[in-house]
Design a protein around this ligand. Structure first.
Ligand SMILES: O=C(O)CCC(=O)C(=O)O
Ligand SMILES: [Mn+2]
Length: 232
């Protein structure tokens, strides 16, 4: 049987069908509840104020937003002013299983793609701690996901992300440029042609690593215990 997990040269992990169909439907129910509490909003590009083609919302203590003042994480929804809803339990379970990182995620960005939406190549770099991976889960229509290296304009590779697939950006892949080139029509009936992607992120550097993992620390070595982190 073909393995469901592929690890690319830069460390990007793609797990096909990480969630089976029942789990995808259950997750969709959880995300509908998140959207009911924290409605989708239209992010805009800093400076130009141009709207993104995706709409988004968040769950977790922090949420990622973008408007003419810039990209940032904040504790409240930009339109309702209310705190973001909690991250659903099954999403936290996926983080525990896939992230190999000993602290909880602080933000779960929910991107909602209509069939014509896309996302330009970018790095996820608004977080303090690049030792923590970004874990993504996809639902609904498949998409062509592109990723490259850590510099803009280099070669990229394409992979198809389907409903239920997971991706982990860790190690060298953590700061890889990536984006969604297009949605594939007719690829899923789960969301009527639309696609939802969740990305789980640790935003702040954990303050308690010394207490969590004392055996991994060397008294003369002040680096983060996670040796997967590339030297800065
Ligand atoms: O939709 C995706 O698969 C990727 C989303 C993404 O890169 C992001 O939200 O930063
Ligand atoms: Mn991203």
């Amino acid at each position: 049987m073909r393995s469901r997990t592929r690890i690319y040269d830069n460390g990007l992990v793609h797990v096909r069908a990480y969630l089976n169909e029942a789990a995808q439907r259950a997750l969709l129910g959880e995300i509908e509840a998140v959207i009911a509490a924290a409605p989708l909003f239209q992010p805009r590009m800093p400076k130009t104020d141009k709207p993104f083609s995706v709409r988004m919302t968040n769950c977790g203590p922090l949420g990622w937003v973008s408007d003419r003042n810039g990209y940032r994480y904040q504790m409240a929804h930009p339109e309702t002013g209310r705190p973001w809803p909690d991250i659903p339990g099954m999403v936290l379970e996926a983080w525990k299983e896939l992230a190999h990182y000993p602290h909880e995620p602080e933000a779960c960005l929910v991107n909602f793609y209509e069939p014509s939406a896309r996302m330009g190549l970018h790095q996820d770099r608004d977080e303090e701690d690049f030792a923590a991976p970004v874990v993504s889960l996809s639902l609904g229509s498949s998409c062509i996901f592109r990723f490259g290296g850590r510099t803009r304009g280099g070669p990229t590779q394409a992979l198809e992300l389907a409903s239920g697939d997971a991706v982990v950006l860790a190690g060298d892949a953590r700061l890889a440029y990536h984006g969604v080139a297009r949605i594939i029509p007719g690829s899923s009936s789960l969301l009527g042609g639309n696609r939802v992607n969740l990305t789980l992120r640790r935003v702040s550097k954990p303050r308690c690593d010394a207490l969590m993992m004392p055996q991994k620390r060397d008294q003369n070595d002040d680096r983060n215990w996670n040796t997967d982190q590339p030297e800065q």
